[in-house]
Design a protein around this ligand. Sequence first.
Ligand code: GDP
Length: 598
Amino acid sequence: MKQKREDIRNVAIIAHVDHGKTTLVDELLKQSGVFRENQEVAERVMDSNDIERERGITILSKNTAVTYKNTKINIIDTPGHADFGGEVERVLKMVNGVILVVDAFEGAMPQTKFVLRKALELKLPVIVCINKIDRPEARPDEVIDEVLELFIDLEASEEQLDCPFVFASAKAGTASLDMDEPGTNMVPLFETILDYIPAPEGDPDAGTQVLISTIDYNEYVGRIGVGKVDNGSVKVNQEVMIVNHHEPDKMKKVKISKLYEFDGLNKVEIQEAGIGSIVAISGIADIHIGDTLCPVDNPAPIPFQKISEPTIAMHFIVNDSPLAGQEGKYVTSRHLRDRLFRELNTDVSLRVEETDTTESFKVSGRGELHLSVLIENMRREGYEFAVSKAEVLYKTDENGKKLEPMELCYIDVPEEFSGSIIEKLSQRKGELRSMGSASGGYTRLEFSIPARGLIGYRGEFMTDTKGNGIMNTVFDGYGPFKGEIQYRKQGSLIAFEAGEAITYGLYNAQERGTLFIGSGEKVYSGMVVGQNGRGEDIELNVCKKKQLTNTRSSSADEALRLTPPKVLSLEQALDFIDTDELLEVTPKSLRIRKKILD
Ligand code: GDP
């Protein structure tokens, strides 16, 4: 018979970057007594990956557990951005409710919309935590209305609309149910979690059922499966069958050697766990996301959403340029291969294939962002390699017609930019689905657009909106091929290689009509891709120092003065490479190289 585990609550936390999720969880940890007096929360709980912070997204879900009034509250971070292959749904299946953290001034942001929609679809109750209530410009009244409007927009049920609002200042460590009373501690939030989030349910006497929702990887213990005990229990030394709903015939019998639960920021070893517990299991070498741990005599796997297929591919290539190895620690084909295959341990929506040559690997993933996060991680770890421009993976339907991956693209921009964004995206075969107003005088645009139309667009978007735009994309299935896109690049890229340092300047050749490439002492080589003032395509290839003089340019100093060099982001750089070019990725820089010049 089904029973409730009243001593457990499992919640996911959804927040836009900087709205205070980390501060809030730190505070819950401190106040729940996990930390003895005088012990600081040394490391921030969530968002530990630098890239996640910079890009305002969470890539890996992380678990934290706090104990309040003898109840263990497992708090699971949700990926805030694009869905890398059903991850959001798998994470949300471990919980019975969510906390939506919203800044009391900024209000709900479109980035949280995707995860929130999934939570509402899964019928999860939502606690709305309006944070930073201490800010002088806080406008909680309006934010409540905005959140409710968003709920209606996302087709929330009556019960979900009747959600509790908690007004918090995570910074001050206070929460209150009354927006005009600041509160004195986090108790109102703890109490709301206990009251409003249902305890997990399951049949303790049934056979074991644990669905593995995420995989952690640790060099010493290898793969660690994380999941919730849906039914029965798990014990150390227990023999279980590991079965995948989509591949039932590949089931395997294994013995559980190590079992953990979450406590504060750590995993602690335990001997046994019952229904509703979120556990981590190590020692099973080939445990995968979507596997169910079942009794040996009754292997009934839990169904789960099939992991979505990759839609985009890039080649990762050994860097054979004369400069290779000067900056990076890891440069060989072996290094590259091992690192890429290791990534498959934790990322189920990634594919890595070997090619005809040992120098190149085809890496496929869920969108350009997905792959660029991997590239950036490898670069920071000291890898040096080259990548080709991204290409989308086409399919054909049963009549042999070409299909291509489509994305829904949500954009928030200051009103004055909306016209040019609409124009740009229509050139890229985007269709405007809706247009409305967002908070702070921003305009909200929603497009349906082929994934290939978005390749390299992010960098251009940031330039066009002077860094003020917000863009979020969600895979929307395969649709009929929309025809060739005629790109008209407006910006030009000037790459200055000055001594050891390489900097890139973005220069709008169309506006000024003249191209500047330096020829002075400081500039060793340069490259411009783009259009000149008459709209003609111009490509100036990497030149040797002495050849630089044959441009309609002034000196390097003047070029640098007119176009202050700035370091390009990976997306901006990707935007400028064409199919016959490679982007060289090194720990210190990005270089664009023309293959034909090799
Ligand atoms: P996250 O990105 O959602 O994890 O946000 P953080 O917890 O890192 O907080 C982002 C910034 O907001 C930090 O500078 C915090 O100090 C600040 N912050 C967090 N909570 C509050 C709050 O309640 N009031 C104010 N005024 N600032 C806050």
